[in-house]
Design a protein around this ligand. Structure first.
Ligand code: 3H9
Length: 694
């Protein structure tokens, strides 16, 4: 008898109850228990119908992902579900929380489904690089039609109980006590002599001709590189074209292919890594947190406005400060425009727009910030400006307020030293556009207090971000690695590659865009200004002039001037190779006596990627990132590294650290450049035949 699933009777209804915290995942014990309790219920003469329910926070939220990759242990979920569907007694699923993946598949094996009004149901396997492998691709289309099933299975997003009722996925929605509601429903079915209702016996609705081919075309661009969405389509197609049993067989084959795919391994890695980053090594789980009910942002520019929107979206009132009235009004108008655009797309109602705008309180006076719990500075990236801001914040903010800087490159310890409370100062580095990008690099200063770190990590989640804690260094984790890649990309062009070729290699690896399209998007003048600043401050160690400096000096700033490394047509973000840029590059090479050669795609890949892996290893050694998974999550959520490759360091493990180390050493010998000096950690792991994760 399984301990995680139990059977009892409530009057004439048998109740099968799953109790396997935290999410009642369908691990081996649960599968075993579901089967034995079903058999017990069927053998119980006094039970006229059976109800399956989850204890705690949810109906089963899917198969136990931790079991994937281990040797299979019976009973298999499809077999268990088959037994439920074949039951001679009515079985009713009682759903609360999130009935996801295998959980919903269990519910689809029941005759009827009752859901709590707050419940959600879905088949999110695609997000793990999988497909519903316990009949979901065969049963859901029979219930809701092929098109609606494709939307749910390929999209992977859950639907709310009310919508599930309209779609026919659930038969009743109740509020209050779910078990009571489900028992009442079951008793009524018994009283009405309701028939068994096996989904496998239903016909599939076939809709538009060419549905599957068209569907594949419609997702091709967005799902580039992913395998699972396309397998999902094939499985649903099998539901339409094949008898149930054969469709199940086809689903099984396709599921098996995905289960052993590198894409799914990477996506599952990301699932756990994303949750793991919230657990900071050395920071006890019960570290107290400060209350955050009122926030403030300094600066109403693009960044400040975007940051403020995150708080308003999460229902947290936020003050936004500018020194000049005109800039403040402009910033607020842009925020409103952003919300209205979202409303136009149907993703917000006008009422929600007004509610969010009402949470954003503009101010011109620092004295208005005396009551805020957290303030995030998002002003110009210049130490003198930051100093003035933090001195003001130190003067006006109440004791215990968290003072955060959104700096992307400056020294957080120095910024903290401008205040008399460095323990309350932390970096919160948002990525542009701040209201969209999910990453938040939280930068711990030397003196940042533990409760400030715990509060900011928690706040990250509250405002919908994935917060990763990092240490202080130039560029922190993400930009430090990015800058190395960018320098390499520029150098590759010096040597004979052309910008479009470099971009294509990284695009083909799965990045949403290449390094040069990215710098055009961000604005080439930003990097230029930083380089010029360094050249003034420290001419000996400053970066040498390169051809991108010439572009900026020729007015080519990127997309905003419709000319950067590439040309852009008005209203079109597609990068077009530029003859003018080719000339500037050729002249730069000539002026600097650089002889060109043919640069292969393989060399571009190795130099742009291995330089980041080497830097990532240095970042780990220095403790700037605590674990490889922190680096990987940063690259996925901050820079669009393809999820199906699991992050830069996960990818490196697949390539093999010895291969990478040997190349890094070779480049070091050839160039003498310090950037290629193999990180001792990389050297050690390569020698031991290990990876970052093994
Ligand atoms: C599937 O079902 C395949 C079948 O079709 C075919 C089989 C043959 N397994 O996210 P949270 C852990 S594939 C194992 O922080 P929330 C999670 O790691 C599966 N563990 O909570 C975390 O652990 P820890 C399809 C799981 O409230 C803890 O639970 N299902 C699983 O923000 C709490 O999670 C899915 O893809 C699991 N299935 O969100 C659903 N799920 O505390 C995946 C969670 O040690 N899960 N954990 O860090 C989710 O989307 C969210 O976890 C959920 C709760 C919405 C349920």
């Amino acid at each position: 008898m399984s301990e995680v699933v139990s059977y009892r009777r409530e009057g004439e209804i048998g109740v099968i109850s799953v109790n396997y915290p935290p999410v009642n995942a369908l691990g081996q014990g649960v599968r075993e228990g579901l089967r034995s309790c079903l058999r017990e219920g069927l053998a119980d003469d006094q039970a006229k119908a059976l109800v399956v329910i989850g204890e705690g926070r949810t109906f089963p939220a899917g198969a136990d992902i931790r079991e994937f990759g281990k040797p299979p242990a019976g009973p298999a979920l499809p077999d268990v579900i088959n037994e439920y569907e074949s039951s001679e007694k009515l079985v009713i699923a009682a759903i609360h929380g999130t009935a996801l993946g295998g959980g919903l598949e269990v519910a689809l094996g029941c005759d009827y489904r009752v859901a709590l009004d707050s419940a959600k149901v879905g088949l999110p396997e695609v997000k793990l690089g999988l497909l519903p492998g316990a009949g979901g691709t065969q049963r859901l289309p029979r219930l809701v039609g092929a098109k609606a099933a494709l939307d749910m299975i390929v999209g992977g997003n859950p639907v709310k109980a009310k919508n599930a009722l309209q779609m026919g996925i659930v038969d009743d929605v109740v509020s209050g006590d779910l078990l009571e509601g489900a028992l009442t429903y079951a008793r009524k079915l018994v009283a009405d002599n309701a028939p068994l209702r096996r989904i496998r016996d239903l016909d599939v609705q076939t809709e538009e001709a060419d549905l599957f081919a068209n569907y594949e075309k419609s997702i091709a661009r967005k799902q580039r590189g992913f395998k699972a969405p396309f397998h999902c389509i094939k499985a649903v197609q099998a539901a339409v074209e094949l008898p149930f049993e054969e469709g199940m067989k086809r689903e099984r084959e396709l599921f098996g292919e995905l289960l052993v795919s590198s894409e799914s391994a990477a996506q599952r890695h990301v699932f756990f890594a994303e949750r793991e980053v919230a657990k900071v090594p050395g920071l006890p789980k019960d570290t107290p947190k400060r209350d955050v009910n009122l926030a403030a942002v300094i600066g109403a520019g693009t960044m400040g406005g975007g940051i403020a929107m995150n708080f308003a979206n999460a229902g947290i009132p936020v003050k936004i400060l500018e020194v000049k009235e005109e800039a403040l009004e402009k910033g607020i108008a842009i925020i409103r425009k952003n919300y209205e655009n979202t409303a136009k797309k149907g993703r917000l109602t006008q009422e929600q727009v007004e509610q969010r705008m009402a949470l954003i309180q503009p101010t011109l006076s620092y004295d208005d910030l005396s009551d805020v719990d957290v303030v995030i500075e998002a002003v110009f990236e210049n130490m003198d400006v930051k100093e003035a801001v933090f001195k003001e914040l130190d003067r006006v903010c109440k004791p215990g307020a968290i003072l955060a800087t959104n700096t992307s490159t400056l020294d957080v310890n120095r910024i903290a030293s401008f205040t008399k409370r460095p323990q309350d100062v932390i970096g919160m580095h948002f990525f542009s556009p701040a209201n969209v990008m999910k990453l938040l690099e939280n930068v711990r200063g030397e003196k940042t207090a533990d409760d400030v770190i715990a509060t900011v990590m928690d706040l990250s989640r509250r405002i919908g971000k994935v917060g990763v804690l990092v240490g202080v260094c130039h560029g922190f984790v993400g930009n430090r690695m990015l800058h190395k890649r960018q320098a390499e990309a520029v150098q590759l062009v010096n040597e004979g590659a052309n910008p479009a070729q470099v971009d294509k290699v990284l695009f083909d690896l799965g990045f949403p865009m290449g390094p040069f399209a990215m710098s055009d998007l961000a604005g080439m003048d930003v990097g230029y200004r930083i380089r010029e600043e360094l050249r003034k401050e420290n001419p000996e160690n400053a970066p040498a002039r390169n051809w991108t400096d010439e572009l900026v000096e020729n007015g080519r700033m990127g997309q905003k001037t419709q000319a950067g490394v590439f040309d852009y047509k008005e209203g079109d973000r597609t990068p077009v190779p530029s003859a003018e840029v080719d000339k500037i590059i050729a002249k730069f090479r000539e002026d600097n006596g650089i002889a060109t050669r043919e640069v292969t795609d393989q060399e571009i890949l190795e130099r742009c990627m291995y330089v980041m892996v080497n830097e990532g290893a240095k970042i780990l050694e220095e403790g700037i990132a605590a674990r490889p998974l922190d680096v990987d999550v940063i690259w996925i959520y901050g820079y669009g590294f393809p999820v199906y490759r699991g992050g830069v360091l996960f990818w490196a493990d697949q390539v093999g650290l010895k291969t990478i180390h040997d190349k890094v050493s070779q480049f070091h010998q050839e160039t003498g450049d310090d950037v290629w000096k193999p990180a001792p950690l990389l050297e050690k792991l390569a020698k031991e035949g290990k990876g970052f994760y093994s």
